[in-house]
Design a protein around this ligand. Structure first.
Ligand code: G4P
Length: 526
C-alpha cells in the first residue's frame, strides 16, 4: 500500500554536536550526496560566531537561516531522508532539546582532538533519556587527534554509551591513509576531496594481506593489533540493540574532506529506524494508523515584523496530513483547516498537498499554536515528551514604556509560546520573572519586543538558582508547602505551581522538610 511504503522509507533524524565539531559541514556533505544541493557552501552555518550579546544583526541573520534550514529533506537510495537542524549556539539548547522530540534517530559528531565536550554531554543525555538510536561520527581525522581507543573510552565513560566501532582509522593528521570498514572489510583510502565522489576502496578481507603493508607501511601493524583488540573489547553490531538505544555504532572520518561520510550515510539509511510509535497521554500512536495525528515542536516568528505570522513546525505522527482538511486542535477544542502548508527540501520550501509520518510541515499560524500542541482527526489525546526544562537564569521583567503595556503583554505572551523563554509570576508580589537557559535570550527578547511589538522592557536582576515545578498527592501538604515557602512561590504560564529556589541548598532543604512534595525539573510532570 502506497501510504505504508511512504512511511517505511522515511528516516527523520538530527545531527547534534558541540559547536565547531563539524555539524554544519557534515550536514552539507550529506545533502551533496543526496543531490539536494549542488555546491559546497550552500548550507550556511547557523551558529552565532561572535557571541557578543549586542550582535543583534547576527541573531536576526541566524533566525533567518534557521527557518530555511529547519528541515532538510532529500532522497537517497529510495529513502526519504529528513534532517532536522538544531541551533548551534548553546543558549538555544532548549530549541535543540525540543527538536530532538521530533526525530527518530540522531547522529552525534565528535571532534577527534577535543573529544566529548559539554554540549555533547547535554544533547546525548536528552537522546539517552528518550532512548533515541544514535550513531557517532568522529570527525576531523585529517588533523592529529586523540587515540581512537581513548576516545571510545571517553564516549562510554562520559556519555554512558555502549560503542561499537564500524570503521577504524588508519593513521591520522598528515599520516592519514584511510579507514578500514570492519563490516565490509574494505580499506577506504584517504583522498581529500570536498565534492561527492566515490571513495577508492580496496577489499582486504584478511588483514595479513601484504597490500596493507604496501599502503600503510608501519601503520599496518598498528591497524592489525588494534583490530584484533577491538574484536575482543567491543560488542558485535546488532541492529536490534542500536534501535533500542543500547548500542551506538561509531564511524571515523573527515567531513570537510568528504571522507568516511559515504560509509556513514550508507549505513545510516540501512539501519536507522523509520518513524516510530509516539506516546500520548492516552495511548501509543502508531505511524501506520490511518487517522492523521501530529504535534507542534517548534514555532518560528515570521521574519517580517509587520506581519505577525508565525510558522508552526508540525511533525506528522500517523495517517496522512492533507492540506485544506479540517483537523482538531486538541488544546483549543477547535476545528482548523490549513491552506498554506509548506514542506522543506534542503533550503527550498514548497507548498505541499500531503505529508506522511516522519515528515515535518510548516503551517502559517496567526496565533493558534503553542509548542506541544496536538492535531488529530478528532480523537482527544496529547503527545507527550515535549517538555520545557527548568530554566537557570532569571530576571524580573519590567515595562519601560507605560504607554505600551498592552503590546508588551502580547509580545511576552507570544515569545513565550514560541518557547524563547519561560514566564513565571511571583505569587506574593505579582512580579513577572523571565527564566531562560542562556543569557543571550534576554537580549533576544528585548530586541524582538521592540522590533516586532513596539514595546520596551527592562530587566532587574533576580538572584535565583532554579525553577522547579512542585506537585504532591496530598493537596493539604502542598498548601502547607506553599504557605511556608510563600516568598519563593510562583506560577508558570499554565498556572502550575513552581518553587523558585535560590540555591541548590534551598532545594535540598525543602526536600528534607517536605519529603512528600515532588520537585520536577522538566515541565512534563510525570
Ligand atoms: P558546527 O556546525 O558543528 O559548529 O561546525 P562546522 O561544520 O561549522 O565546522 C567548524 C569548523 O571545523 C569549520 O571551520 C569547518 O570548516 C571545520 N571542519 C569541519 N569538518 C572538518 C574536518 O573534517 N577537518 C578539519 N580540519 N576541519 C573541519 P571554521 O574555520 O570555523 O569555519 P570555515 O571558515 O571553514 O567555515
Amino acid at each position: 500500500m502506497h501510504r505504508l511504503k511512504e512511511i517505511e522509507r522515511r528516516r527523520t533524524f538530527a545531527i547534534v554536536s558541540h559547536p565547531d565539531a563539524g555539524k554544519t559541514t557534515l550536514t552539507e556533505k550529506l545533502l551533496l550526496f543526496g543531490g539536494a544541493i549542488q555546491v559546497a557552501g550552500a548550507v550556511k552555518s547557523n551558529k552565532i560566531k561572535r557571541s557578543t550579546t549586542s550582535d543583534f544583526m547576527e541573531i536576526e541573520r541566524q533566525r533567518g537561516i534557521s527557518v530555511a534550514t529547519s528541515v532538510m529533506g532529500f532522497e537517497y537510495k529510495g529513502r526519504k531522508v529528513n534532517i532536522l537542524d538544531t541551533p548551534g549556539h548553546q543558549d538555544f539548547a532548549e530549541d535543540t532539546f525540543r527538536t530532538l522530540t521530533a526525530v527518530d534517530s540522531a547522529i552525534v559528531v565528535v571532534d577527534v582532538a577535543k573529544g566529548v565536550e559539554q554540549q555533547t554531554e547535554k544533547l546525548v543525555g536528552v537522546c539517552s533519556m528518550r532512548k533515541t538510536p544514535m550513531i557517532v561520527f568522529i570527525n576531523k581525522l585529517d588533523r592529529v587527534g586523540r587515540e581512537p581507543m581513548e576516545l571510545l573510552d571517553e564516549l562510554e565513560e562520559k556519555l554512558g554509551l555502549t560503542v561499537c566501532p564500524l570503521t577504524w582509522p588508519l593513521g591520522m593528521g598528515s599520516e592519514l591513509k584511510g579507514v578500514y570498514s570492519l563490516l565490509t572489510k574494505k580499506l577506504i583510502l584517504f583522498r581529500a576531496h570536498s565534492v561527492q565522489d566515490e571513495d577508492e576502496a580496496i577489499v582486504i578481507s584478511d588483514l595479513a594481506d601484504e597490500r596493507l603493508d604496501n599502503i600503510a607501511g608501519s601503520l599496518a601493524e598498528k591497524l592489525r593489533e588494534e583490530v584484533e583488540l577491538i574484536s575482543g573489547v567491543y560488542p558485535e553490531f546488532s541492529r536490534e540493540d542500536y534501535l533500542a538505544g543500547e548500542l551506538q555504532p561509531v564511524f571515523f572520518g573527515s567531513a570537510i574532506n568528504n571522507f568516511g561520510v559515504a560509509e556513514l550515510l550508507n549505513c545510516f539509511v540501512d539501519i536507522a529506524p523509520p518513524p516510530l510509535p509516539a506516546p500520548t497521554d492516552e495511548r501509543m500512536v502508531d505511524p501506520k494508523e490511518e487517522a492523521f495525528s501530529g504535534f507542534v515542536f517548534k514555532i518560528h516568528a515570521n521574519m517580517d515584523p509587520k506581519h505577525r505570522n508565525r510558522i508552526a513546525f508540525l511533525k506528522i505522527c500517523s495517517g496522512v496530513f492533507q492540506r485544506n482538511t479540517v483537523y482538531n486542535h486538541v488544546r483549543l477544542g477547535k476545528q482548523l483547516r490549513f491552506a498554506n502548508v509548506t514542506s522543506f527540501m534542503a533550503s527550498r520550501t514548497e507548498l505541499i498537498d500531503e505529508a506522511y509520518p516522519g515528515d515535518i510541515v510548516g503551517i502559517y499560524d496567526t496565533g493558534n499554536f503553542r509548542i506541544g500542541d496536538t492535531l488529530t482527526e478528532g480523537e482527544q489525546f496529547r503527545f507527550k515528551g515535549i517538555p520545557s526544562f527548568s530554566p537557570e537564569m532569571f530576571r524580573y521583567v519590567l515595562n519601560a514604556d507605560p504607554m505600551k503595556s498592552k503590546q508588551l503583554a502580547k509580545g511576552i505572551d507570544q515569545l513565550m509560546e514560541e518557547g524563547v523563554a519561560q514566564l513565571f509570576t511571583s505569587e506574593m508580589s505579582g512580579r513577572q520573572i523571565i527564566g531562560t537557559v542562556g543569557p543571550l535570550q534576554f537580549d533576544v527578547i528585548q530586541y524582538r519586543l521592540e522590533h516586532e511589538y513596539g514595546a520596551k522592557c527592562r530587566y532587574e536582576p533576580a538572584s535565583l538558582f532554579k525553577a522547579c515545578w512542585v506537585t504532591c498527592e496530598d493537596p493539604a501538604e502542598l498548601e502547607r508547602f506553599r504557605d511556608k515557602k510563600k516568598r519563593a512561590m510562583a506560577v508558570d504560564k499554565l498556572g502550575r505551581l513552581c518553587f523558585m529556589a535560590e540555591s541548590a541548598y534551598s532545594i535540598e532543604l525543602a526536600k528534607q522538610d517536605f519529603p512528600n512534595i515532588r520537585f520536577h525539573f522538566t515541565s512534563e510532570l510525570t
